[in-house]
Design a protein around this ligand. Structure first.
Ligand SMILES: *Cc1c(COP(=O)(O)O)cnc(C)c1O
Length: 427
């Protein structure tokens, strides 16, 4: 299950780039630009590869919806047998609309509000992932008020070291806001075990994102297993061992994750504990399925930099300016020649760029570009800054394609705003 198995859905045919059996030029002509494109078969392939790799132990794959929560994409994954991981009441609503059964949903998140906790309990989600002692109190109070037993997992901060991660995507090291601090777990667990409104059903960790080395998993799994054994000895009715997300996608020259090695690290430990394995991949499932289509508007040499100004920018793809992330860019129909340029958007911010100092296909205004590996953390982070409507999303499946989210209209941009003001008098 090494690097060769996961195919890339974007291929060149007769000089132009296609997604599966559809030319990107045809999508751009019909849907306009910018536009997000996703390959349905890339999603299926990644889900199936992970599912097969974990076959040695009872397991559940809960796709982390925050990576891309479009209903059209969720339905493809649900049809494969994939389940959902949500981090807000909004994502819970989306998961339900996409048809996920409540007990196929895990509800995590570091800052759940009371109404969100209640929505999770009312829906009957498989697990509420509790991230602090204070949240445990709130969950217990809500469960008591509703007369139910809340099935929870503790999201634990395993406090492992994650090398080479951007500081904004490491989550499971000492001093991060996520999870219950390692040293606090026994006391929080003891309170939970004493409550008749709480069922301690699982342990959860999420060490970080885009983990190019599996070492943090190995460390985290060992620590979580130690905790599981301790809780089992205290009589906790544990069922689930949740190893989180973090499997990487290929943005540049990275290798596909070694799923066999991933399984080798986790499966024996979970088997030995007699638990069911949960994983929460986000990026791994969706990132490589996606490309952002954008057109070159202008070329502008300025002060020694050669700018390519495109109709997509940080509003469509925040990762370059937020995480200094790399995304490969190529011309959909290269005209020959390469040039070192900055690819920037139309937003009035110097930080609005998709690539800097990048040697890439030479282009002229009107050319179509594909920005790769944009299926994850692309559309979900889209902004309407500068009052630019959000771009549409297109799903390709074989030789067919469909718009799964239409382009926002100018009217959409002001639909939340009051035309006449309903003034309240301060008393
Ligand atoms: C973001 C997140 C994931 C998914 O992370 P990826 O790196 O996209 O796989 C999984 N679990 C939790 C709790 C998360 O916050």
């Amino acid at each position: 299950m090494g690097a060769g198995v996961l195919t890339r859905p974007y291929e060149r045919r007769d000089g132009a780039l296609w997604c599966e059996g559809v030319p990107l030029e045809a999508i751009a002509a019909a849907a306009g630009t910018p536009a997000y494109v996703y390959s349905a078969n890339a999603l299926r392939e990644r889900f199936r590869a992970l599912d097969a790799a974990l076959a040695g132990v009872p397991h559940r794959i809960h796709y982390s919806m925050k990576a891309n929560s479009s209903l059209g994409l969720l339905r493809v994954l649900r049809a494969e047998g994939c389940r959902a991981d949500v981090v807000s009441g909004g994502e819970l609503m989306r998961a339900r609309r996409a048809g996920f059964a409540p007990d196929h949903i895990i509800f995590g998140g570091v800052g759940k509000r009371r109404d969100e906790i209640r929505a999770g309990l009312e829906a009957g989600v498989l697990l509420l992932n509790v991230e602090s002692g204070a949240e445990l109190d709130l969950v217990e109070a809500e469960a008591k008020a509703m007369g139910v037993v809340a099935r929870i997992a503790f999201r634990v901060n395993p406090e492992v070291h994650v090398a080479n991660a951007h500081e904004f995507i490491a989550t499971g090291s000492r001093g991060h806001k996520f999870g219950i601090p390692w040293g606090d777990v026994p006391s929080v667990a003891a309170r939970a075990l004493a409550s008749k409104h709480i069922e301690v059903a699982g342990l959860d960790m999420h060490v970080g994102s885009q983990l190019l080395s599996l070492a943090p998993y190995r460390d985290g799994v060992e620590r979580l297993a130690e905790l599981a054994r301790g809780l089992q000895a205290q009589g906790a009715p544990l069922r689930f061992f949740d190893a989180g997300g973090g499997l990487p996608a290929r943005y540049d020259a990275e290798e596909a994750p070694d799923l066999a090695l991933f399984a080798e690290i986790i499966v024996p430990v979970v088997q030995q504990l007699g638990l069911e394995l949960i994983v929460e991949p986000g990026r791994f499932v969706v990132a490589e399925s996606g490309a952002l289509l954008t057109r070159v508007l202008y070329r502008k040499p300025s002060g020694g930099t050669d700018f390519v100004i495109t109709d997509a920018g940080m509003s469509e793809l925040l990762r370059p300016s937020h995480y200094d992330a790399y995304h490969a860019i190529e011309a959909v129909r290269p005209r020959g020649g390469m040039r070192t340029v900055d690819v920037v958007g139309p937003i009035c911010e110097t930080g609005d760029f998709i690539a800097r100092d990048r040697l890439m296909d030479d282009t002229v205004p009107g050319d179509l570009l594909a920005v790769h590996t944009t299926g994850a953390y692309g559309y979900v982070m889209a902004l309407t800054y500068n009052s630019r409507p959000r771009a549409p999303e297109v799903l390709v499946d074989g030789t067919r394609w469909a718009v799964i989210a239409r382009r926002e209209t100018l009217d959409d941009l002001v639909r939340l705003e009051a035309e006449t003001l309903d003034w309240k008098e301060s008393t």
